[in-house]
Design a protein around this ligand. Structure first.
Ligand SMILES: Nc1ncnc2c1ncn2[C@@H]1O[C@H](COP(=O)(O)OP(=O)(O)O)[C@@H](O)[C@H]1O
Ligand SMILES: [Mg+2]
Length: 258
């Protein structure tokens, strides 16, 4: 379980600039195995929140607890996937995926069966000897996700992982990710600025206000699983979208009726 308790983040201003309040008093709790999505306008502190949970940044005030223990730094229980796949260009696909296991167990003791399984699930088996630059953007991101999950982290933190992909590829990636999540059941915190993506993937959507980011609303998604894209046409989906857009687009009067 992840507990976010009164987390606030202020970046000091450099060279006489005023400080930036990136996150304002955030409280929430995420149960094991849940798929949580976070939406909010650019600059509202989404990445800052993820960095704090990952242990890359310390909160100015408040604490994040993972299984009751305060986060004080990065750890093998939490894996991170960013918008850019940032693969190791000198390693082929297989060695990129195996990287975390190689670090942990040494080159000779890597569980090759587990690497094969990840390559298989992510549709990468035929590309294991390819170099990263030979792959499309979507495939590179699949390698990055496989690399993150091969070490079986309890928590997967994803910062707009499909933000740079075209709509078709993004849809494919969403179903790959959901399949993988059903199989391995990590707790997922998935940041996006795409409201539809947040609803389609999440058990719960955390909606943030413009900077300084606060948690404005938590929407429990009532769509069945497994999810499929056609669910965007259901009444439940529209209802959730309206709930979220009311927060993100307060200027749109039509959202506030009906
Ligand atoms: N290391 C940093 N130093 C100073 N300001 C930062 C730093 N990181 C983020 N910020 C500021 O904090 C705010 C929130 O940033 P960020 O968490 O990246 O937002 P988001 O991911 O929602 O777009 C922004 O105004 C950003 O400029
Ligand atoms: Mg960001």
């Amino acid at each position: 379980m992840i507990q976010i308790e009164g987390v606030r983040k202020v970046f000091p201003g450099r060279a006489g600039n005023p400080p930036t309040v990136a996150l304002e008093e955030m409280h929430t709790q995420i149960e094991d195995g849940q798929f949580i999505t976070v939406v909010g306008p650019s600059g509202c502190g989404k990445t800052t929140l993820l960095n704090i949970i990952a242990g890359f940044e310390a909160p100015t005030v408040g604490t994040v607890l993972v299984d009751g223990q305060p986060v004080t730094g990065a750890g093998a229980d939490r894996a991170v996937v960013f918008q850019q796949a940032s693969l190791y260009p000198w390693l082929n696909v297989r060695d990129n995926v195996a990287f975390g296991l190689t670090l942990k167990h040494g080159r000779r003791s890597v569980d090759q069966g587990r690497v094969d399984e990840m390559l298989e699930i992510m549709g990468l088996a035929q590309f294991s000897r390819h170099a990263p630059y030979e792959l499309s953007g979507g495939m590179q991101q699949r390698v990055a996700i496989a690399r993150a999950l091969v070490v079986q982290p309890k928590i997967l933190l994803m910062d707009e992982p499909f933000g740079a992909l075209d709509a078709q590829t993004r849809g494919d990636m969403q179903s790959f990710l959901l399949q993988l999540w059903r199989r391995l059941r990590p707790t997922v915190l998935f940041i996006t600025h795409d409201v539809e993506e947040a609803i389609l993937l999440g058990d719960r959507v955390l909606v943030m206000t413009p900077r300084p980011g606060r948690l404005a609303e938590e929407v429990v998604v009532t769509l069945d699983r497994p999810r499929e894209y056609a669910m965007v046409l259901t009444d439940a989906f529209t209802l959730h979208k309206r709930q979220i857009l009311r927060v993100l687009r307060p200027d749109q009067a039509e959202l506030h009726t009906g």
